[in-house]
Design a protein around this ligand. Structure first.
Ligand code: MLC
Ligand code: AMP
Length: 505
C-alpha cells in the first residue's frame, strides 16, 4: 500500500531542483532538498519511538523545519497535531492529555512549562526554534536522506486539529489522508495553481488555512512559496511584484488597503488573491478591486471540513458571497429545527458532505453523533442562503463564536475563566465589529456586591490562562446581564449596546 498524502505531495519531488520555500533572511530550499530533509526527520521520529497512528504534537515557531516535520510525520505514518504558539500552559496541557501523543515538539523557551505535561502523557519532548534548531534537529545531519515510507491508506488519520467547542472542551477533528488530498486536488485545479506560481505565505501553519490550503496546494502543484514568519505589510508589499498569489484572512486585505503603496502597477504580476477563515466585507472586496484591479476570490471552509465552497476562478467573484460548492462537495441549507432541506433562497443551517469532511471528533462519539449525521452531512453551525444561480452567502452563525483576525474564540471558554474569579458573579463575552480584526472581544461582568475585583485582576487571571487573542479588549462592569423571559442572556442586546466601544476606546 502507498502513503496517500506523502506520495502525491512529497515523493514526486525527489528529483525536483526547483524552489519550494523561499525566505527573506536565509537561502531558499529546493523541493529535492526538502524531500531529503523530510526523510531525515522521519528517521528521528521513528528512532524516538513513533509508530503508525501515533500523534506528534507541535507547538513551535513557523520555520522550514516545521513544514518538514509535518511531512515527516506523514511519511513515518504519524498524525500531525499543530498547536497555536499563543496557547498558554493550561491550554496546551489539555490538548496533550487528550491526544496522548508519542512525541511533543516545542520551542526551547517552553521546555520548562512542557516537560511535566509531556511526562504525564508518556511523550518524548523535543525542541525546535525559529531558526530551525533544537533537539529535534540535533541528529538530522547523521540520518539518511531516504526513508522507507510507512504505508497509509485514504481513510487513515493524517492530522488531528483542535477546534474549541460551544460547551467548553475543545474537540480534536480527525482528518484523514483523503480529506486532505481530495481537497488539495480540488483547490489546485480550481485556482489553477501550477509550478509557475509563487505564493506569498504569511499565515500561521498551525491551522487549516496556512497548513493545508496554502502548503498542500503548493506542494501538489510544485509552486514556489515565499515563506514569511508572519504577517507584515512591508514584507508582503515588497514580495508582491515578484509573486503571483496571496492567501490571507480579511485582516490581511484591510491592512494592505490601508497602505498607499498598494497599487494596480505593483500588483500587475499577481494572478490571484484568496480570502477566507472569516467574512470579507463587501466594501473591502470592492475597495480592493478599485485600487488594484484584482477581484479577491473568497472561499469558505472549516477545520472539520477543509474547504467547502469557492468563488469561481473564471466568472463572477461576487462580493459578500463564498461562491459555489467545490467539485465533489455537497452543500445544503436546512431548517435548524427539523434538519429538512429548505427551498432555495431561505436562510438556514449550512450542512456539508463530501470527501473533505472529517471522520469525527477524537474520542468524543457523542459530539460526533450530534454534528455529523449518519448520512454523512456535517452540521456546520453557520447560517447561509443560496442565490438563484447557486452562490452561497453566510449570513450568521448559530454557534456562539467570535472570529477575531481569523482566529476562533468561543465565549464560553473566556466566561468560564472569568466566572471562576473570586468576586465575579457572572459574565457574558461577545464580539463587536472591529476595523482591523473583523470582531473584537468584549466582556460584560457582574460583580458580587462588596467583593468586586479590579479590572486589572480580571486581566491578569485571563492572561495567565488564555492565549492573547482570546483576551477581552474591554471590560464593562454592569449591574445585571440582560436576559429574555426564558432567562437566557441576550448577547445581541449587549452587542448592539457596546458596538463601537472598542473603536471609541
Ligand atoms: C494577534 N493578536 C490578536 C490576533 N492576532 N488579537 C486578536 N485576534 C487576532 N487574530 C494580538 C497580538 O498578540 C497583539 O497583542 C495584538 O493583538 C496586536 O497584534 P498585531 O501585531 O496587530 O497582530 P499580528 O501579529 O499582525 O497578527 C494579526 C493577524 C494574525 C491577523 C495577521 O492574527 C493572523 O495571522 N491571523 C490568521 C489566523 C488564521 O490563520 N486563521 C485560519 C484558521 S483556519 P498585544 O499584547 O501586543 O496587544 C480556518 C478555516 C478556514 O478558519 O476557512 O480557513
Ligand atoms: P475554524 O473552526 O477555525 O475552522 O473556523 C471555521 C469557521 O470560520 C466557519 O465555520 C465559518 O464560521 C468561518 N469562516 C470560514 N471562512 C469564511 C468565510 N469566507 N466567510 C465567513 N465565515 C467564514
Amino acid at each position: 500500500m502507498a502513503n496517500h498524502v506523502y506520495d502525491h505531495l512529497i515523493a514526486r519531488h525527489a528529483d525536483n531542483d526547483a524552489c519550494f520555500l523561499k525566505r527573506d533572511d536565509a537561502p531558499a530550499i529546493s523541493y529535492a532538498a526538502f524531500v531529503g530533509l523530510v526523510a531525515q526527520i522521519a528517521h528521528v521520529l521513528r528512532d524516538a519511538g513513533l509508530t503508525p497512528g501515533d500523534r506528534v504534537v507541535v507547538q513551535a515557531p513557523k520555520c522550514v523545519e516545521m513544514v518538514a516535520l509535518y511531512a515527516a510525520t506523514l511519511q513515518a505514518g504519524g498524525v500531525f497535531l499543530p498547536l497555536n504558539t499563543a496557547y498558554k500552559r493550561d491550554e496546551v496541557a489539555y490538548f496533550v492529555e487528550d491526544a496522548t501523543p508519542r512525541i511533543v515538539v516545542c520551542d526551547p523557551a517552553s521546555v520548562e512549562t512542557l516537560t511535566g505535561i509531556a511526562d504525564r502523557a508518556g511523550a518524548i519532548l523535543l525542541t525546535l526554534d525559529a531558526a530551525g534548531q533544537g533537539t529535534l534537529m540535533a541528529s538530522v545531519p547523521d540520518k539518511p536522506t531516504t526513508f522507507d515510507t510507512v504505508p497509509r491508506g485514504p481513510d487513515d488519520l493524517a492530522a488531528l486539529l483542535y477546534t474549541s467547542g460551544t460547551t467548553g472542551r475543545s474537540k480534536g477533528a480527525m482528518l484523514t489522508h483523503d480529506n486532505l488530498l481530495s481537497n488539495t486536488k480540488a483547490l489546485t485545479e480550481l485556482w489553477r495553481i501550477t509550478d509557475a506560481d509563487t505564493l506569498i505565505h504569511a499565515l500561521p501553519i498551525f491551522h487549516t488555512h496556512g497548513l493545508f490550503v496554502a502548503l498542500n496546494t503548493s506542494l501538489y502543484a510544485g509552486a514556489c512559496v515565499h515563506f514569511m514568519p508572519g504577517f507584515s505589510t512591508d514584507a508582503i508589499l515588497a514580495a508582491v511584484p515578484e509573486a503571483t498569489m496571496l492567501m490571507g484572512v480579511p485582516t490581511f486585505y484591510t491592512r494592505l488597503l490601508a497602505d498607499h503603496r498598494l497599487t494596480r502597477e505593483m500588483t500587475s504580476n499577481m494572478r490571484l488573491f484568496v480570502s477566507g477563515s472569516a467574512p470579507l466585507l463587501a466594501e473591502t472586496h470592492i475597495a480592493f478591486t478599485q485600487r488594484t484591479g484584482h477581484r479577491i476570490l473568497e472561499r469558505y471552509g472549516m477545520t472539520e471540513t477543509n474547504m467547502n465552497t469557492s468563488n469561481p476562478y473564471d466568472g463572477d467573484r461576487r462580493a459578500g458571497t463564498v461562491g459555489k460548492p467545490l467539485p465533489g462537495v455537497e452543500v445544503i441549507v436546512t431548517d435548524p429545527e427539523t434538519g429538512q432541506p429548505l427551498p432555495q433562497g431561505e436562510v438556514g443551517m449550512i450542512e456539508v458532505r463530501g470527501p473533505n469532511v472529517f471522520k469525527g471528533y477524537w474520542q468524543m462519539p457523542d459530539k460526533t453523533a450530534a454534528e455529523l449525521r449518519e448520512n454523512g452531512f456535517f452540521i456546520t453551525g453557520d447560517l447561509g442562503q443560496f442565490s438563484e444561480d447557486g452562490y452561497l452567502s453566510i449570513v450568521g452563525r448559530s454557534k456562539d463564536l467570535i472570529i477575531t483576525g481569523g482566529y476562533n474564540v468561543y465565549p464560553k471558554e473566556v466566561e468560564d475563566v472569568l466566572n471562576d474569579i473570586d468576586g465575579v458573579e457572572e459574565s457574558a463575552v461577545f464580539g463587536v465589529p472591529d476595523a482591523d480584526f473583523g470582531e473584537a472581544i468584549i466582556a460584560a461582568v457582574v460583580m458580587v456586591p462588596g467583593h468586586a475585583p479590579t479590572v486589572e485582576a480580571l486581566e491578569n487571571e485571563v492572561a495567565d490562562k488564555l492565549a492573547r487573542f482570546k483576551h477581552p479588549r474591554r471590560y464593562e462592569i454592569i449591574d445585571a446581564l440582560p436576559r429574555n423571559t426564558m432567562g437566557k442572556v441576550q448577547k445581541n442586546v449587549l452587542r448592539d449596546h457596546y458596538a463601537g466601544a472598542v473603536a471609541a476606546g
